[in-house]
Every structure is written in structure tokens, then in C-alpha cells.
Write a new protein. Structure first.
Lengths: 183, 386
């Protein structure tokens, strides 16, 4: 990969962070932008009704009342803009990749409202790469998803970029900050 | 007791057989034996790109006879790791643009176009793509296009820097690379060029010389409103006119026969009661065309912000030139992708979430055949063979 590519990547990453945060704050509460990996459609629904998908496993709770919800469920508050297999179901956690994978340095950012404290948090949806599709807990939301001409708002791209391998495994949803002045 | 009964029945059976003259034995069968397809696929055949979500690195293209309810799957071509696919009837070839690692998931990366023979489904050639930067995404037809009379191919790159690699398929070599900052997808345009959608809502048209270098470019401003009327990525082609539909049902056509895309008068899929909150296009390959130039659009009754990949339950048939909704086809369930064959009696091919493929009479809207989930796990893009 050329130096120019690396520079472009860093630029795009900053762009994604800024744009995503602004656009999401503009719609507050609606969540949005995509994450790493892919969508998609009824495929997501079919997967979610399969054994091992959310609903057929015991809830995965943080134990912290300020971080409520089932981290293996697509409804968990941090997943408001995620797209892919949930790493919590793949050997990782909500903020760490499964062993044997590599976390993508280029991330997708969403802003999600935590109902427990009413704050808007900036969530980083890093992809975990280098191991084949996890296949568990597929989760996809497309509010705010836009065509690929606007990459920072499209969740169909494979965001395993800048990693040794572009093979996609799963996505995490880590808190990287509180959105500035949520309203 | 049971064993005694079994022995008895076997003895009786044996004596019954011996009472008649035995039939000749089944003939020996020649081995090895490998199937072969007609090089020119019939009009009922469709190429189905199976993205294979649960093992993306093992995607494939299924060659499917939609008229064969017994053995619809005729063969498979590899389409690995967020691959894209093209088909040239004239060349009798299928093309896949793929990415590989030397140790399956790790090791040295190779991006390449593989050329497959339509009759044998064996690889005829390969062109390695430089830079390890082929765009990896859920499949769009605009990632990979054939131009220049199917002699050249264009492959989009994304690192996330955007560019297009120009490939000479006949000479089996890469001609060059065109930078395309801020623009995504390419659609064959004019004698030897492409058009692409850009982040500011414009469309750029580029023509290449016989060495693959840019000789001209022109930009059409404001062809789409990415915030309020974004266009689905996969168009329906009517000749060399590409029709796109917006998330809210607006139809935009571009005549791509000349060196610069020419926008046509916009149309609409129309409206219908019963939506909650409203009908909108939904799915992956949401559009198809028939030989008469009518458009088929997959529609969801639960249209809202974010529903555009949820699939649809009806197909609306629209005349885009007269801007008229002609009929609605009830799909009896949710579907993700559609296409229409060029048979004498055209069929609407409908791919569902679980891989099931159903055939409807495109004119009457009647369900005529169900192939079951017999061809692909994640059917995303379907290309009629004729």
C-alpha cells in the first residue's frame, strides 16, 4: 500500500468520525451510519432466527445498571449503527476482538443514546479481521445508510482495511467518548 | 419373531424372482465422467451470485436453469471474498474479480480476474490485479464492468482511496489505473468509458483512449440527492439506458450510449394504498427490466428511513417512459433480489432471504414454479443468460 493510500486512509478515518458524529447528532436518537462488513436484508432476518442467534441464547449482561441490555441482542443500545456479526457471540466482547483476529484501525463511528443515563455516546465499530465469517448474531440497521458514493455513510463496504488480512470475522461496539453537547 | 418374518419374506422374494427370467444387469458406467454445459445458455438460465454470508471467502456464482424444477443447479463458479461477477454471452465467458490469501485467511494477498468458460466452467485465464486494493463490498454490479465490446474490464478499488483498474481481457494484462476520488461504481458508457456517481451528488463520465488512458471527462451536477432521494446502487438496463430507483421510488434514467451520460425525464414507481407508513423500494437487487423496456421494482409496504435493504413483498411494473404504473405482483412473502428472463414468456425471478427462488409469469403475475433453496445460500445479484 502506498504512502498516499495511507494518508488517504487517515484522512478518510477522520472524515468518517467527524461526519458521522455531526450527522447523527443532527437526528439525535435515530442512530446511524453503518459499520464494518455488510448489511443485509432478509438475510439478516433469516440468520437472526437461526440457532445461536439473539433470542435463542441467555442474555449477556454487563452487570452495570448504567450499561443496560443484552449485548448478544441487536437491540442493545450500542448497536444503533452496527452492521455484521456481533463479537460478543464470536469469542470476543462488546469492545474486544476474538482471539486470533486483528482489530481494524479504520473504524466506523455511530452515536448511540444510552437510555440509562440519557447521554449520547460515540461508538466505534471496529471490525475484527483475519478469521472467516463468525456466523453468529448477525445484526444490521440501515437508518442513515447512504449509497457507496458517500463511503462514510455506507455499511456495505468491508472495513477490514489497514489490517494484515481483509477477511471479515465480526464487529465490536466500543465507547470512545461522550458526544459533545448532545443537544 | 421379527427376524423370522424377515427371513421368510426374503426367501419368498428370492423364489419369486427365480421363477421369472432375471433382467439383464445394469450396464457398467464410464468413469471418470464430468458434465458439460451448452456454451450458449438458454433464455431460462440465470447466473446467481451467491455471496455466502456465513463464509464470505467461499462465495460462488451458480448457473441455474429456472425452467428445470428437478435439477435447477447446473454448476458453480468460484467467486471468493466479496467478489464481483460479469458475464459475456458473446465471449461465452463468465468473469469473477476476487481476492485470495495464500493461507486462506492470512498470508500474501492476490487480487485477480478469472475468466471461466461457460461450457466447462473451467478457468481459461487469469489477470492479476496490482496493489491489493480491489474494492471489497457486498456485491454491486458497478464494482466490475465490461467495456469496449467486452474486450476490456473495469475493476473498482477502495483503500479507501478510490480508483479504477483498466484491464485488457484479450491481452490478459492490466492497462492502467484511473483515479476516481470521491466517486463510486462504474457503468459502461459510450464506446470505451464509464460513468460514476460522486459524493457531491454528481455523475462523472470518462472516456479512455486505446491504451486505457483518460481522453475526456464531463460532469453532470446534481443527478441525485444523497440525503433525501439517494439511488439504489444496482440499476436495471434497458439497452444502454441505466434506470436507477431512489429510496423513495423516484426513477432516474441515464442514456449511456454516448461518451457522456444523458439524463432522461425522471419517472416514479407510483403509489398504492396499504403501506405502513408507506410503500418504498426495498431489497438488494431491487430493479429489473424486460425486453419491452418495462421496469420491475421490488417494493416494501413498511417503507421508512432505514428500510431500504429490508426486502419487499410486491413487484411494481412501471413504464418509465410513460411514467405509468402498470400492475402490481404479489410475491406471497418477502424477497431480496429480482430479475426478469428474456424467454418468449418472460419470468420474474425472485430470490428470497433463505435462498429460495420462485418464478412468476412476468405478465400475469402468477406464481409458476418454486425451485426451493436449491441453488444459493445468499443470492444477491441475478443475471439472465440472455
Amino acid at each position: 500500500m502506498s504512502g498516499i493510500d495511507r494518508l488517504t486512509e487517515r484522512f478518510a478515518r477522520r472524515l468518517a468520525r467527524g461526519t458521522s458524529r455531526r450527522s447523527v447528532l443532527a437526528v439525535l436518537g435515530a442512530a446511524i451510519t453503518g459499520a464494518g462488513g455488510f448489511p443485509l436484508l432478509p438475510v439478516a432476518r433469516a440468520a437472526s432466527s437461526a440457532p445461536g442467534a439473539p433470542g435463542s441464547r441467555p442474555p449477556m449482561l454487563s452487570g452495570n445498571p448504567q450499561d443496560p441490555g443484552d449485548q448478544a441482542s441487536c437491540d442493545y443500545w450500542r448497536y444503533c449503527a452496527i452492521d455484521g456479526f456481533l463479537c460478543t457471540c464470536c469469542g470476543g466482547t462488546v469492545n474486544s476482538c476474538p482471539p486470533g483476529t486483528e482489530m481494524s484501525p479504520i473504524t466506523w463511528i455511530g452515536t448511540c443514546i444510552n437510555a440509562a443515563d440519557g447521554r449520547a455516546y460515540v461508538i466505534s465499530y471496529n471490525d475484527c479481521c483475519g478469521v472467516s465469517s463468525c456466523g453468529q448474531c448477525f445484526c444490521n440497521r440501515n437508518e442513515g445508510d447512504r449509497p457507496q458514493a458517500r463511503p462514510q455513510s455506507n455499511n456495505d463496504y468491508n472495513w477490514c482495511l489497514g489490517t494484515q488480512s481483509s477477511i471479515y470475522n465480526c464487529s465490536v461496539a466500543a465507547i470512545v467518548g461522550v458526544a459533545d453537547k448532545a443537544k | 419373531m421379527r427376524i423370522t418374518a424377515l427371513v421368510l419374506s426374503l426367501l419368498l422374494g428370492a423364489s419369486a424372482v427365480s421363477a421369472q427370467s432375471p433382467p439383464p444387469p445394469l450396464p457398467e458406467e464410464a468413469l471418470p465422467s464430468v458434465g458439460r454445459l451448452p456454451a450458449d445458455y438458454p433464455a431460462s438460465w440465470v447466473l446467481v451470485h451467491d455471496f455466502r454470508f456465513l463464509s464470505i471467502l467461499d462465495g460462488r456464482v451458480a448457473v441455474v436453469d429456472t425452467a428445470d424444477g428437478v435439477r435447477p443447479l447446473k454448476g458453480l463458479v468460484r467467486a471468493a471474498q466479496f467478489a464481483s461477477m460479469q458475464y459475456s454471452r458473446g465471449r461465452r465467458e463468465i468473469f469473477t474479480a476476487e481476492t485470495f490469501y495464500s493461507r486462506l485467511t492470512r498470508g500474501e494477498r492476490t487480487d485477480a480476474i478469472t475468466i471461466w468458460d461457460t461450457a466447462t466452467l473451467e478457468p481459461k485465464g487469469e489477470i492479476v490485479l496490482p496493489g491489493g486494493k480491489r474494492q471489497q463490498t457486498v456485491s454491486y454490479v458497478g464494482q466490475f464492468q465490461l467495456i469496449n465490446g467486452d474486450r476490456w474490464a473495469l475493476v473498482t478499488n477502495f483503500t479507501p482511496a478510490q480508483s479504477v483498474t483498466v484491464v485488457d481481457l484479450d491481452a490478459r494484462r492490466v492497462l492502467g489505473e484511473v483515479d476516481l476520488p470521491g466517486c463510486a461504481h462504474v457503468f459502461a458508457t459510450g464506446p470505451r468509458g464509464f460513468s460514476s456517481f460522486c459524493a457531491d451528488g454528481s455523475m462523472i463520465s470518462v472516456q479512455l483512449d486505446d491504451k486505457g488512458a483518460v481522453v475526456s471527462s464531463a460532469t453532470l451536477a446534481r443527478v441525485q440527492d444523497l440525503d433525501n432521494q439517494p439511488l439504489f446502487g444496482n440499476p436495471a438496463m434497458v439497452g444502454r439506458t441505466a434506470w436507477f430507483v431512489s429510496y423513495k421510488g423516484q426513477l432516474k434514467g441515464f442514456d449511456l450510449s454516448g461518451p457522456v451520460a444523458r439524463p432522461l425525464t425522471p419517472a416514479s414507481v407510483g403509489t398504492a394504498p396499504g403501506g405502513a407508513p408507506e410503500w418504498r423500494p426495498g431489497g438488494w437487487q431491487v430493479m429489473a427490466s424486460d425486453a419491452a423496456g418495462l421496469l420491475y421494482v421490488l417494493m416494501s409496504p413498511a417503507g421508512r428511513e432505514g428500510s431500504h435493504k429490508d426486502g419487499g413483498t410486491e413487484v411494481w411494473v412501471v413504464d418509465p417512459v410513460r411514467n405509468q404504473q402498470l400492475r402490481r405482483i404479489d410475491l406471497k412473502g418477502v424477497a431480496g433480489s429480482i430479475t426478469v428472463t428474456r424467454e418468449a414468456t418472460p419470468h420474474l425471478v425472485v430470490a428470497r432471504a433463505d435462498g429460495q427462488i420462485d418464478l412468476f409469469d412476468a405478465a400475469s403475475g402468477q406464481l409458476v414454479r418454486q425451485l426451493g433453496a436449491t441453488a444459493a445460500m445468499s443470492p444477491l445479484i441475478m443475471v439472465p443468460a440472455q
